[in-house]
Design a protein around this ligand. Structure first.
Ligand code: C2E
Ligand code: MG
Ligand code: MG
Ligand code: MG
Length: 286
């Protein structure tokens, strides 16, 4: 803001900036102990198969229940955790919690679904990432095919050859890989075919006005066509209305996620949405 006002002007005091800084400092200081104090919680948001209408996956989304500041969005504290390195420990905790939750649903008799977990750049660069994930799968007794990891193009592009190598190792284990927020990054299409991913997630910003804005519709159509020709599965994020859903279905989108279906919710709210294996068996048995 000071910059916009011109070089010769200086900003001496702004109470607003001061408050923001203060809050950032508070969050940064308290982030390290937040896990130990049990202030972090994982919410889950369903992903729906648009052909069958069934839940095929959930995305794990972290929240921070701060004792005085209330519920803090990951959009606010993940960048801080990323900057000070706390994300490595937090990210590992999310992975372990989410994998254990998915296994618990299986043991309760629900049809297996994918658990999708966001990876941050810092985590992705950890030399032991693949080992850590294998260890978590073993500990929680979850099959690799019931885990999906979401990465973004922007951090893959940082070190392309290394990224490809890590992605390949994760694929060899049997984990699903999704490119998150697709369409907003550097989108180098020549690299896309070299990243061994399974799923493209169309960013919410395109889905949001896909019905009203021909440009967003054009980008969405192009991403779906691209995914089809590369034989990738396609998920639309941020589906909020029936009109958006109808459009995406018509264009051949595979999966949808958004407030239209459900907001991110605690695990106990997800359970009643899941299908019992026994119910399906009954149907098959007639
Ligand atoms: P994301 O991975 O793109 O997750 C989707 C975000 O869109 C979530 O925001 C979700 O609540 C929101 N969303 C889903 N459907 C709708 C909709 O219909 N309308 C609107 N307005 N929003 C919708 P959330 O939970 O606030 O998370 C924000 C971002 O924080 C995530 O974006 C992800 O980049 C990051 N994040 C969340 N949890 C984790 C985590 O455990 N690890 C890491 N590294 N990042 C995380
Ligand atoms: Mg995501
Ligand atoms: Mg996303
Ligand atoms: Mg997003």
């Amino acid at each position: 803001q000071a910059k916009q006002q011109g070089r010769s002007q200086y900003q001496f005091y702004s109470p607003e900036i001061n408050t923001q800084l203060q809050e950032r400092l508070t969050l940064e200081n308290e982030l390290h102990g937040a896990l130990e104090r049990n202030e972090m919680v994982v919410y889950y948001q369903p992903l729906i198969d648009l052909h069958s209408g069934q839940i095929t996956a959930v995305e794990a989304l972290i929240r921070w229940q701060h004792p005085t500041l209330g519920m803090i969005s990951p959009a606010k504290f993940i960048p801080i955790a990323e900057a000070n390195g706390a994300i490595v420990q937090i990210g590992e905790w999310v992975l372990r919690t989410a994998c254990a939750q998915n296994r618990a649903w299986q043991l309760a008799g629900f049809t297996p679904i994918r658990m999708s977990v966001n990876l941050s750049a810092r985590q992705f660069e950890q030399p032991y990432l693949v080992e850590v994930i294998n260890q978590i799968l073993e500990e929680t007794e979850l099959q690799a095919s019931n885990l999906e990891l979401e990465v973004t193009e922007s951090f893959l592009m940082g070190n392309i050859e290394r990224s490809i190598k890590t992605l390949k190792q994760l694929r060899e284990v049997g984990i699903w890989l999704a490119l998150d927020d697709f369409g907003t990054g550097y989108s180098s299409l020549s690299y896309l075919k070299r990243f061994p991913v399974n799923i493209l997630k169309i960013d919410r910003s395109f889905v949001q006005d896909v019905v009203s804005n021909p440009d967003s519709a054009a980008v969405t159509d192009a991403i779906i066509a691209l995914a089809k020709s590369l034989r990738l599965s396609i998920t639309a994020e941020g589906v909020e209305t029936q009109e958006q859903l109808d459009y995406l279905k018509m264009q051949g989108c595979d999966e949808g996620q958004g407030y239209y279906f459900s907001r991110p919710v605690p695990a106990e709210i997800i359970a009643p949405m899941l299908q019992k294996i026994s119910q399906q068996m009954e149907v098959i048995a007639g």
